[in-house]
Design a protein around this ligand. Sequence first.
Ligand code: FES
Ligand SMILES: [Fe+2]
Length: 304
Amino acid sequence: MVAIRQADESVKVFANVCLHRCAKLLEGTGNARRIVCPYHAWTYKADGQLAGAPHMEGSPGFGLDGQRLAEVRTTFWEGFIYVTLSEQTAPLEPQIEGLSEVIGRYRLADYEPVMLENEIWETNWKCLVENFMDAYHVFKVHRKTFDPVNESVQRTTMHEGGDRWAYHTVDAPSDDARALAHPENTWLQGDWRRTVTLAAVFPTHTMQIQPDMLWYLSIQPRGTDRVAVRWAVSIPREILADSDRGALVKQWSELLRAVNEEDKEILGRVGEGMRSTSACQGRLAYLERNLWEFGQYYCRRMTG
Ligand code: FES
Ligand SMILES: [Fe+2]
């Protein structure tokens, strides 16, 4: 699939498949006036309409009219684009209304994307969702990155989620100015000016939302032990306007890469243990409440 901004600023999502002989049209991200197929140069407008097909004049019965890329069903939520290939999928927004009430206050759609990475992780996708929402492991696994002064447990509050989502919040760390709202940010009030929210829209979207940064993962299983992970960072515009952009992006990318390496290593060990015949079902900590909520969601889906 490919998401394309239209002339009127809206976004449409299309199948990334040529109407001629199915070549994949686009790779990665970028800007272009026209989409040109790499195989025989059929050309499409941003609205998906076929605009040109070289040397087809000699092919009887062919015409450009009415030929357009297949449009995909799309929902926009808090700046994110959700897509589904199914007409049966229930609308997303009513299912995550409660989460919208929590995170709507950050105004994420106004954050500016600053980095995007695509990676393959050697883990089961469910372990990755659980790990992102696990408030318990931070003091141990991330003691050199997210929690250098060993206070994540005291600063974390677990909350009740919904059928399709879960979240917990963390007070901003006391060691520096991370996770604080910019003075020009007048919409976050009270404690929310220094509150980090970790949320998941089940099954495969996780996010860490801060007054000064958004970090999210789009998790796409590739079998039982491989996951395609798209992770990205966005920064509020008022913070970017007031910072050395390059230095700020470098700082976040170094920190989050280090965090990812810590998580990759521990997930490898979890995977090894889970494949063992001695794998067992342990007692979850209260800080793992979101894992339990994910498990409940998963059971509901698997048992219909
Ligand atoms: S497959 Fe795209 S132009 Fe032939
Ligand atoms: Fe982690």
